[in-house]
Design a protein around this ligand. Structure first.
Ligand SMILES: Nc1ncnc2c1ncn2[C@@H]1O[C@H](COP(=O)(O)OP(=O)(O)OP(=O)(O)O)[C@@H](O)[C@H]1O
Ligand SMILES: [Mg+2]
Length: 158
């Protein structure tokens, strides 16, 4: 497991990181996004989805639970589990079928879906800092390790 803390001073820094990570994740996988209310999970997901080439408005899935996109051959599913009361509520989504496709699944509040979610390749944890946010990243599979290895911001002395 690799772990590093990265300071993201503002949304531009988030966009720059997303631009570096996007080419790594084009083959699909699963990213968990953790952090308190307002920590920047949606901001990060939105930046990554945009960096993958999705144009137009990228809505927060806070109310819809899931928002899906396509970027070339990649299906992208952005979930926010904040409002679910029980992981059983995720059954209708057919998450396993979503994974059959070449798909990138971004999950905010994964702790609310324990037991009903695909395993993460990468777990991100966003924390409020004096200015901006600090991002802690943890690879949870060989694929996640490869993503980190290909993203220079994650190994430039952080
Ligand atoms: N790196 C950053 N530096 C400064 N401000 C940021 C950063 N990332 C996000 N923000 C700001 O923080 C606010 C909350 O961000 P966001 O909605 O992404 O949080 P969230 O973690 O998705 O919250 P929720 O738990 O409600 O879904 C937004 O106004 C956003 O512009
Ligand atoms: Mg959010």
């Amino acid at each position: 497991m690799a772990e590093a803390g990265l300071h993201l001073t503002d949304e531009d820094a988030v966009a720059q990181l997303a631009a570096q990570l996007a080419p790594q994740v084009r083959g699909g996988g699963v990213i968990y996004l953790r952090g308190d209310l307002g920590a920047g999970k949606t901001t990060f997901a939105r930046a990554l989805i945009a960096a993958l080439g999705v144009q137009g408005r990228i809505k927060s899935p806070t109310y819809s639970l899931i928002e899906s996109y396509r970027a070339g051959g990649l299906a992208i599913h952005h979930l926010d589990l904040y409002r679910i009361a029980d992981p059983g509520e995720l059954e209708w989504l057919g998450l396993e079928e979503l994974q059959d496709d070449v798909s990138l699944i971004l999950i905010e509040w994964p702790e609310r879906g324990v037991g009903a979610l695909p395993a993460a390749d990468l777990a991100l944890n966003l924390v409020h800092a004096a200015a901006g946010r600090t991002l802690f990243v943890c690879a949870a599979s060989a694929r996640g390790e490869a993503w980190l290895a290909g993203t220079s911001a994650f190994h430039s002395g952080a």
